[in-house]
Write a protein that binds this ligand. Structure first.
Ligand SMILES: [Zn+2]
Length: 262
């Protein structure tokens, strides 16, 4: 008994050598196997799958493969809206928020810099990250395929890019987060929402030049870090604008399908 599982070419990232065209793979059925188990046994985490067709009919992850079934595994078609239910993920999220692992910790800081609710702790193990994702309805962001194969994770994304700013662009594009961005509204260390603070209340925490040249400040209520609008903020703003303009151009050119975003 065997089923055939065919992956869309978008999944070539998961196979070595990477292929332009994917041929259907034979999958022996020695016991009851869900299509989700079959997909993961072949190396693709379930979080990367957008739709599954078996013999041309859309099914959920629990579908049990039968002899001579032909399963077609399709990717997401970005942008992905996690607040909408789908057959594979019937319980949507209230909003996009994230938990990141140690391999993308710098991306985590950038997500918080953009005002996106993102938690991270270097002491968390894979099982902790999976539990937080489930309990708090957070999307797991990682470069670790095995983490994303954990059963209790519903929403997750394997990051393809290597550099943190490119990774940030990748996440914003994939989930279309532009309307969720509030740069400089969160502490980039502990994820707390910053609050405006009077200069006289933070004078003792400012360097002499900062004290001299800046007048508007925000403060993290958790760790006490003080933020101000300096030249670094201007540079970051310019970088964000370039990133968003680039994403706009991609959309305008209709060059934005799941097969060519990476
Ligand atoms: Zn803080």
């Amino acid at each position: 008994m065997k089923a055939q599982i065919a992956f869309s070419p978008s999944f070539s990232y998961f196979f070595y050598p990477s292929k332009e065209e994917m041929t259907p793979l034979n999958f022996p059925l020695q016991r009851l196997t869900s299509v989700k188990d079959g997909v993961e046994a072949l190396g693709v985490p379930h979080t990367e799958v957008g739709e599954i067709l078996v013999n041309g009919i859309s099914v959920d992850f629990n579908y049990l493969l039968k002899d001579r079934d032909k399963a077609c595994i399709l990717p997401f078609s970005p942008p992905v809206d996690v607040t909408k239910a789908t057959l594979l993920r019937p319980v949507p999220l209230e909003r996009p928020s994230f938990v990141v692992d140690i391999n993308v910790a710098r991306l985590g800081s950038l997500l918080r810099l953009m005002g996106l609710d993102t938690v991270y702790n270097h002491a968390w193990r894979d099982k902790d990250i999976a539990a937080i994702s489930k309990d708090e309805g957070r999307i797991v962001i990682t470069r670790d395929r095995s983490l994303l194969k954990r059963k209790i994770i519903t929403y997750g994304r394997l990051i393809r890019e290597e550099r943190p700013w490119a990774q940030l662009f990748e996440v914003i594009k994939f989930y279309n987060l532009k309307s969720w961005l509030f740069p400089f509204s969160r502490c980039s260390f502990c994820n707390e929402t910053l609050r405006p603070v009077q200069k006289e209340d933070v004078l003792d925490r400012l360097e002499p030049l900062t004290r001299l040249f800046y007048n508007e400040f925000t403060e993290c209520p958790k760790c006490g870090k003080v933020y101000w609008s300096g030249s670094h903020k201007q540079r970051i703003k310019e970088r964000i604008l370039v990133m968003l303009e680039k994403s706009q151009q991609l959309k305008a050119e209709d060059d934005y399908t799941s097969d060519n975003i990476f």
